[in-house]
Ligand binder design. Structure first.
Ligand SMILES: [Zn+2]
Length: 296
């Protein structure tokens, strides 16, 4: 089984008990500390067990993708220092999407690094409002608001110290959900790296009324985009999407080739969530049709 548990349910549990913050068991379980390590080349893992955060280092400063929960930020700071890098050398801050488990720590990380925060236009408002007014969660998944210094469009890239990262808009999970790609060199060999944005459809509505206008078409487009990305190293914003803990252990044992090189795992992941989305869509269509047929 690709995923060990239902993310939709976990996410909703998280939502319903959010007021309890980190005392809430799901978020605590997702936020256990992990010793930071090098994934490949100049790409490092600096996140927690389930909420991921990645550091790409260059001679001109570093790029940090995702900030975890509010409570993850101090772990990320410590992890960067443990690896021997300076927090203030982080020049660019990026985000997969504007939910509290990936954007919660961004405000603190931006303040401490002084980095430029670049995000997709579709999520910029939600990031600036700290998650208030989310199309599904309203004001219940709030996090510290974070200023967006620059928005980025589909297929556009950022570059720092010769390292290029490209944004692929993969909306649906949020309106600005972003999949970042880059190429990392390790010795002679370059690897295509995909940081897949969450493709989960949670309990969103597609028929008869969409959670937001165009959400079903957004998901369809997202899966078409994800399927076409070249991928050697498969990473994502949630650890369980790419069997993070298992691969980390295998890498720690010195497994060769590097277990994070997983093009097949990436394909299975995309197929799994595309099927899940279509299943939800079909169920909703059937329910809508039977509701219309029910006699008065
Ligand atoms: Zn999310």
């Amino acid at each position: 089984m690709l995923v060990k548990f239902s993310f939709s349910l976990l996410f909703l549990t998280l939502n319903s008990s959010l007021a309890l913050g980190q005392a809430e068991p799901t978020s605590r379980a997702w936020n256990k500390s992990v010793p930071p390590f090098r994934i490949v080349g100049n790409l490092y893992y600096v996140g927690a067990t389930e909420v991921c955060s990645f550091l790409i280092t260059t001679s001109q400063g570093h790029i940090l993708l995702d900030g975890g929960f509010v409570e993850t930020a101090p772990q990320i700071e410590q992890n960067i220092a443990t690896l021997g890098f300076k927090l203030e050398d982080v020049r660019i801050l990026l985000n997969s999407h504007a939910h509290l488990d990936h954007a919660g720590g961004l405000a603190e990380l931006k303040r401490k690094t002084g980095a430029k925060f670049i995000a997709a236009a579709g999520d910029a408002e939600l990031l600036k409002k700290g998650g208030h007014g989310d199309f599904r969660f309203g004001d219940t998944l709030s996090f510290p608001p974070v200023d967006v210094d620059q928005t980025i469009g589909d297929g556009e890239s950022i570059e720092l110290g010769g390292q290029k990262l490209t944004a692929h808009l993969t909306p649906g999970h949020t309106k600005g959900n972003t999949t970042w790609t880059t190429r990392i060199s390790d010795g002679a060999r370059p690897y295509d790296v995909v940081f897949a944005g969450s493709p989960t459809a949670l309990d969103y509505q597609f028929v008869p009324k969409e959670s937001y206008p165009g959400i079903a078409a957004d998901f369809e487009r997202t899966f078409a985009v994800l399927k076409n990305l070249p991928c050697d190293i498969f990473l994502s914003d949630h650890g369980s999407f790419f069997s993070f803990l298992e691969k980390r252990e295998r890498l720690g044992r010195g497994e060769n080739p590097n277990p994070f090189i997983d093009p097949d795992g990436y394909k299975k992941f995309v197929t799994h969530y595309e099927e899940e989305f279509h299943d939800k869509l079909e169920l909703q269509k059937k329910a809508a049709a039977s509701a219309t047929l029910t006699p008065e």
